[in-house]
Design a protein around this ligand. Sequence first.
Ligand code: PGA
Length: 248
Amino acid sequence: MRVICKEDYDSASRAAADIIAAQILLKKDSRIGLATGSTPVGAYKRLVEKYEANELDFSDVITANLDEYRGLPKTHDQSYRYFMDTNLFDHVNIKKENTYVPDGMEQDAKKACSDYDRILEEKIGRFDLQLLGIGGDGHIGFNEPSDHFCVNTQCVKLEEQTIKDNARLFFSGDESAVPKEAYTMGIGFIMRSKRIILMATGKGKRDIVEKAFSGPVTPYVPASVLQLHPDVILVGDFDAIPETLRQG
Ligand code: PGA
């Protein structure tokens, strides 16, 4: 694993955006896995700036997102489709039909998951680059701690901590507004990516980053599986990345 540790959120976001930009410059039709949450917002801002400065062309890029709340329509301001549109897709020249997010409005969970797995197989095959955040409980995508690593897209019951963490983003700010279930890409497809960037910033992530990258590989800390991937870049700031993981 390579570690890029910057002094603050802004520089970490620039570093992550630079890696994504380099990927697109080297391969115009890159398949890129994208994440939502507060962490990648700064990186998406930088990518939009690069696009506006004519440094990047998204016209052949194909993306697929990790997850979506079950039951939220695309138009809901906390749906992950809405997040992607407003933070990135609406501001660059990506073709919306080349951007995939699980369908939160498909009530039949089995169908929602198999439909998404089919899209991943047919349209992506394997990500050139997958961007990840990390949940306070170690989740990647919405793959919550469990007794096994889930390979395929699944419908998950969100952990209390995840619901608590995400409530701040909902209009009323209370936990009852947060959906209790989500569809998430499985760990198998994430691990198939050629390269993975995991972004972690802020003091709140320090303990889980330590557990995930210095502790045992266990499905009870889903991100720990990344220790077994041959090309992971951990990008973060001094608050989130413990000294023991920093290099150079
Ligand atoms: P955050 O979420 O970026 O809002 O901290 C990360 C995650 O849950 O994966």
